[in-house]
Design a protein around this ligand. Sequence first.
Ligand SMILES: Cc1cc2nc3c(=O)[nH]c(=O)nc-3n(C[C@H](O)[C@H](O)[C@H](O)COP(=O)(O)O)c2cc1C
Length: 349
Amino acid sequence: MKLPSLKIRNLEIKYPVIQAGMGVSIGSAELAAAVVKLGGMGTIASVGLGDPERGKTHFVEVCSGELANVIRRARSLSDNKPNLGVNIMVALSNYREIVETSVQEKVDYIISGAGLPLLLPEYVGDADIALIPVISSGRAYEVVVKTWLRKYARKPDAVIIEGPLCGGHLGFTPEMLAHPETCSMDILLKEVKEVMARYGLDHPVLAAEGVTGKEDIERFLKMGYDGVQVGTHFITTEEAGIDAKSKQVLIDASNEDIVVIKSPVGLPVRVLKTPLVKRVLEGGKEKFTCPYRCLRSCNPAKSLFCIARALLATKNGDVEHGLYMVGCRVDDVKKIYPVKEFFDALEGE
Ligand SMILES: Cc1cc2nc3c(=O)[nH]c(=O)nc-3n(C[C@H](O)[C@H](O)[C@H](O)COP(=O)(O)O)c2cc1C
């Protein structure tokens, strides 16, 4: 099948593929720029940016300043081509400032999940930026749509549905995760399409769950989706901004090493059973102080580990202390490779 292009607001994208803005630093300027140049949507991860030491005293300023630098670097690396965006988690304590920095830097789109992005249109104002919520149920989508229409007369420009098998934080209860067939991608699509019909919306719907190549994209297109968001399969690209030792952890892992634990974000999170996770599963509490207060929902006194420190450790290749978020298709992650290889394989009928 020749893959169709994708149109979101005024953006024309050659391939119906969004590179997930994975934090911390996997969605780097280098990865996002490469994806933009190859004909996809390149997404910068906005979480955990900047000098961690200076961030202890000037958290908001450091994060916003570094995000602006990363966006500028990505723009320059991609020759100012369009289809460069930012992923912003609602759970961040500096959500508003990160959105405002993205607006100032004139990104083309904002993807926002890990909570309902109810205030996003307020912070974006009338800037010409495509707004793309991430949800995991028709009910959640309806709350977003209703709020945006009522308070801001604003429609989403597309929506991403994260399924129960996807990587990172999960918008499902443990019971639903134990029975993913009850909230499968076709059921979720039907729910979202019903909401779209009720509110007269006609925009692309993207699937985020276990995409490893063209066959998976075709499967979702046949199901009725307009495109996909790819996470786990891009972690081991050469361009992803984490240490090669951490990429190797995924290559060496198998699907049997995957577990779902409770994250300080307040949601379940799918991760590899690496040393940190083994300690947490045995009831251990990591020793840490919290200088950042990066998450609204995190209570450092009760959290078993600091997710900011753990993801920074992953970035630096510290396998003992790192947290390795993944989707369900780790067996398919086999090597470190240039992201061009993924896009080259999308060519043809
Ligand atoms: C390592 C990792 C980090 C992620 N970080 C974020 C993030 O910062 N914000 C977000 O909205 N989603 C994040 N996600 C979820 C992805 O955006 C994406 O929806 C998901 O990975 C798709 O499923 P897949 O991994 O099976 O391809 C992350 C996922 C992974 C695996």
